[in-house]
Design a protein around this ligand. Structure first.
Ligand SMILES: [Zn+2]
Ligand SMILES: [Zn+2]
Ligand SMILES: [Zn+2]
Length: 1022
């Protein structure tokens, strides 16, 4: 024993010590860390660390560079960041090049408003100046978004994102349009498209949204033309005599009376039965199955004087409103094919046609349904209409298709502003929505209206200005979904040198249409969640040709020309590529700064007439064409990326939008989908499940959350939500995330605090020599590591989060740390028992940093910095956790027996803790260290406990444990608590009968005396 003065006991306890603060102070610490990352060039550091590894490419769907970020954008970008970071930590080289969608209507509208605020009119501003203002607005907005995304801890090539308005991108967009032209997909024609009369532009399918709308629902009679042989023969069939004075009418139903002046036909289903019946001296024709509903609704049929009094005429049917309907004839719809009716009031024919699109339910309207859920809703509405569909080929998709087949005109007497043109009798100059009630009144006066009522239904609206849209045929550029491709397949290699045909190995060698190609690719793509496949397939089956022209200026001009001599349209790949090269040098502004001659190749002549004078197309491309071009424009042109992408990750609305347009571009460019997997997330909703929007004032601003609580809290909220469903957010939910954060931070802090002075190279204990409970902790760590990495692989971030959260709070904080505290604090600092626990803690802290890194990007890096090996700056240890990889599982064969044994020991512990709690409540003991626990167990449990006898007091955190074998085969474990005997040790607070025996340290127990001897010896050696 040393002759020096005894040690001061307080100073011999190993209290935790770490620079990893208890209070996170994320509001300050996050920006500081971002600065550090910027200074070290973290993105470059990570990329260099993965040089030569297999690539994993998440391709960023570009957010619109218009407004500030909202919770939905934050969710989307955080999810992408988690994908990139998890793949990076799995060992892939996973670059992330963010992008921005910069063209389009909302920016034009913003600039228009800004101009009018200055008292200027848009028409007075040259196009190039207007485009410059749009460009500046987009540049400003994307700068703010970039700042906000970076603040969320999203790592990527922020200094060089792709912009759809950059010269290079605009040129590439034009070239891709040329590619569609080259393959024979592009045509110009009049077709009905969604048209916003407010914004005066065509809209893409993705630019309309369905909302409740009240329309006038009208039942209108169209007379049979009896002045031709067909008509006479038909009348004879119905009435037995063509001279019969009763007139025959076809009954149609519509909710868009304004389309009636454009009526050119009536469609029936060839396979339905139709019935002719008499009412008030007129004969009507409707679908047989709707007869009962219609006569009731329209009050048709022969009125009975009183129920049951009149004798029923032969063949009569009795409806519940006491009106009897006399059926004159029944015949299939096919009987009506190509017969003629007259327009209800105009002097022109209306042709009867047959088509399978005619149903007995839902809308008689001319709208194209692309949304699956809408279609489902619609089916559920049941029977409606008359089974005869009013057809205006200029105002509806189905109408257009059947009108074309029957050779009807694509007649559209409605101008850009939605007003009837001069040729429309009675209603010229009226806007279509103004005209609706007038037309109804007019028909009532003329006696051609049988019934009208209000009708509430889901109707397409413009997603920008929220006004109802119309269907209107105008000359537009289209990409055909059904034209066969002109090119034979070519097999190409991607940038990693892989044959692209490997991705789609049995690609047909026959030229396919875009629709066929798209449907084939849908099966090869991995959809997460799986229902995405069906959703996409339905979307593709139903979509009409892609209208790509927009009557706007802020975008990529459609690089087409018109011959001044013969009006021939020139859309030619070589000409387009020539124009694209000019765009690449001067931006697409060149379209507006040069005359046609300056944009065409030298000496270009009209192929039709040899003319040399040309005018320019004035339409620009649909912005979905712009963003859809990104796979080629970005993935192929950036050497660090690769086509196709491994994954696209966007909100569910992109089945109509970006997933769709990207697929079309991929097919035109390479006959392949541009993605191998598509992951979709739900909407952000409030705690009641209602969609959040800024305009409704229910939104939570991500920037506010970041400022008040830190980006980590927002990220933790994202990780803890099942993003495949709608994601709820509220102050309370964010508070829960904050609480979870605090707990996980404390777990990490405990581990780090107890690693002070631990040098893994010098002090680590080999696994086989570690304490059993330390090995158990590592076996648990292995399990959680495997589970978390597996979840990350499957994009199940919330499963990973829950596994990590439970590991931190239950396995570690409530069990392991509680138990090893005594050993860590009171054993001699360099003793094997303490080193064993520290070895486990070092693995745990290291693994927690790595596993948490994709989610808690700031905190995990802070944990990492405080790890002994990182603090020492050990060779080969990455300077940031983000350049590290996921932990390797330590013991190759997981110790199932070990985990099983400890599961039983913890079950015993639960029992003991309950009894201790009771004793505490009964004031029998204070702290559990005042307890002596007596156990009586059956043979099996006894053997297990006996094998861990030395550890039991630490497991229960008591001063003494007695163990006995239960007498008489009793199987129930008996737990008793007594006060521990002896005195409380001043150093470790355990009770021992030996306190007082030791003269040098009279107030401590035998364990502490040993530890103190070691400490003194080490001190002497040092
Ligand atoms: Zn609009
Ligand atoms: Zn010409
Ligand atoms: Zn002690």
């Amino acid at each position: 024993m040393s002759t020096e003065t005894p040690l001061e006991l307080k100073k011999t306890v190993n209290l935790p010590k770490t620079a990893f603060a208890q209070k996170a102070n994320l509001g300050q610490s996050e920006p500081a860390r971002l600065k550090k990352w910027a200074e070290m060039g973290l993105y470059g550091v990570v990329r260099r660390a993965r040089e030569g590894r297999e690539r994993f490419v998440l391709h960023d769907g570009p957010p619109y560079a218009n407004s500030d970020i909202h919770l939905g954008t934050a969710l989307n970008k955080i999810l992408k960041d988690m994908v990139v970071k998890t793949r990076t930590m799995m060992g892939y080289d996973a670059p992330y090049v963010p992008g921005y969608d910069c063209h389009g209507l909302p920016i034009e509208q913003f600039v228009e408003r800004a101009l009018s605020a200055k008292g200027k009119n848009r028409a007075d501003v040259p196009v190039v100046s207007f485009r410059r203002a749009c460009r500046e607005h987009a540049a400003e907005a994307l700068k703010r978004q970039t700042r906000d995304f970076q603040r969320l801890g999203i790592l990527g090539l922020w200094e060089d994102p792709y912009l759809t308005m950059s010269n290079r991108y605009e040129a590439e967009t034009a070239r891709l349009f040329g590619r569609f032209v080259e393959r024979g997909y592009v045509y110009k024609g009049a077709r009905p498209v969604y048209w916003c009369i407010h914004d005066q532009t065509a809209l893409a399918e993705a630019e309309v949204e369905y909302r409740e709308h009240t329309s006038p629902s009208v039942y209108v009679k169209f007379p049979l033309d009896e002045n031709n042989l067909e008509g006479k023969a038909f009348k004879r069939q119905l009435l037995g005599n063509e001279e019969d004075p009763r007139r025959v009418f076809f009954l149609i139903w519509t909710t868009t009376p304004w389309t009636l002046p454009s009526n050119l036909g009536i469609a029936v289903n060839p396979n339905f039965d139709y019935t002719a019946f008499e009412s008030n001296g007129e004969v009507y024709i409707v679908a047989d199955e709707l007869l009962g509903d219609l006569t009731q609704k329209l009050g048709l049929g022969r009125k009975l004087s009183a129920p049951g009094e009149a004798e029923e005429p032969a063949g009569a049917e009795l409806s519940e409103t006491f009106s009897a309907v006399e059926t004159l004839a029944r015949f299939p719809g096919s009987r009506l094919d190509r017969m003629e009716a007259r327009h209800a009031w105009l002097d022109r024919p209306s042709l009867l046609m047959v088509g399978d699109h005619v149903t007995l339910g839902g809308e008689a309207d001319a709208e194209t349904e692309l949304d699956v859920s809408d279609a489902r809703d619609k089916k559920a509405t049941g029977k409606a209409g008359t089974g005869l569909v009013h057809t205006a080929p200029g105002h509806g998709h189905d109408d257009f298709v059947i009108g074309k087949a029957y050779g009807l005109d694509i007649y559209c007497p409605v101008d850009n502003a939605g007003r009837f043109t001069q040729e429309v009798e009675h209603f010229a100059g009226l806007s279509v929505f103004e005209a609706n009630p007038r037309i109804v009144e007019f028909m009532r006066e003329r006696g051609v209206l049988l019934h009208s009522e209000e009708y509430r239904h889901r109707y397409p609206h413009c997603w920008r200005c929220k006004n109802p849209v119309i269907f209107r045929a105008t000359p537009q550029w289209f990409i055909s979904l059904d034209a066969p491709a002109g090119d034979p397949r070519q097999f190409e290699q991607d940038d990693d040198g892989r044959d692209r045909s490997n991705f789609t190995d049995d690609v047909t060698s026959e030229p396919a249409s875009l629709r066929e190609g798209a449907l084939r690719e849908v099966e090869r793509v991995e959809w997460v969640p799986a229902w995405g496949e069906e959703r996409m397939r339905n979307m593709l089956k139903g979509r009409p040709d892609w209208c790509v022209s927009r009557q706007r200026v802020w975008g990529v001009p459609i690089p087409a020309f018109y011959c001044a001599g013969c009006q021939e349209a020139v859309a030619d790949k070589d000409v387009i590529n020539h124009v694209a090269d000019i765009f690449e040098r001067e931006s697409a502004d060149a379209w507006y700064t040069h005359e046609a001659g300056g944009l065409l190749p030298e000496g270009f002549k009209c192929r039709a007439c040899g003319g040399t004078e040309f005018t320019k197309e004035t339409d620009i491309l649909d912005v979905w064409f712009d963003s859809g071009s990104s796979s080629v424009a970005v993935l192929e042109k950036d050497g660090s990326l690769r086509w196709p992408a491994d994954v696209y990750l966007e909100g569910g609305d992109q089945y109509r939008g970006w997933f769709n347009s990207s697929l079309m571009v991929g097919l035109a460019a390479h006959d392949r989908a541009p993605y191998k997997a598509v992951v979709t997330h739900g909407w952000v909703v409030n705690s009641e499940g209602r969609k959040m929007s800024k305009s409704e004032g229910t939104g939570i601003s991500p920037n506010e959350v970041v400022k008040d609580s830190g980006a980590e809290i927002l990220r933790l909220w994202v990780a803890s939500s099942d993003f495949q469903e709608d994601v709820r957010c509220s102050d309370e939910i964010l508070q829960r995330a904050s609480d979870a954060y605090r707990k996980m931070r404390n777990t990490a802090r405990f581990a780090l605090g107890n690693l002070d002075g631990f040098d893994p190279a010098r002090d680590a204990v080999v696994l086989s020599e570690m304490h059993d409970i330390d090995r158990w902790a590592l076996a648990e760590l292995d399990q959680v590591t495997a589970r978390v990495v597996e979840a990350y692989k499957a994009y199940e971030f919330h499963s990973a989060y829950h596994a990590l959260y439970n590991f931190c709070t239950v396995t570690l904080s409530a069990r392991y740390f509680d138990i090893i505290k005594d050993r860590l604090y009171t054993a001699a600092p360099r003793s094997r028992e303490r080193r064993s626990a520290q070895t486990a803690l070092n693995h745990i802290a290291d693994a927690l940093a790595r596993l948490l890194a994709p989610v808690l990007v700031f905190t995990a890096d802070e944990i990492w910095e405080n790890l002994p090996e990182v603090r020492q700056g050990r060779e080969g240890v990455p300077p940031s956790v983000h350049a590290a990889e996921f932990p390797v599982v330590l013991s190759a064969e997981r110790d199932e027996a070990l985990l099983g044994r400890w599961a039983q020991l913890f079950a015993v512990r639960e029992r003991v803790l309950r009894v201790l709690e009771e004793a505490r409540i009964a004031k029998q003991i204070g702290s559990s260290l005042e307890a002596h626990v007596l156990l009586e167990a059956d043979r099996k449990t006894f053997d297990l406990l006996e094998g861990h006898r030395g550890e039991l007091r630490y497991l229960f955190i008591v001063s003494e444990v007695s163990l006995a074998l239960a007498a008489g085969g009793e199987s129930e474990l008996r737990v008793q608590v007594r006060r521990a005997s002896g005195q409380k040790c001043e150093r470790c607070w355990n009770y021992s009968g030996r306190v007082g025996e030791f003269t040098r340290y009279p107030t401590v127990c035998e364990r502490c005396v040993e530890a103190l001897a070691e400490i003194e010896a080490e001190g002497a050696a040092a």
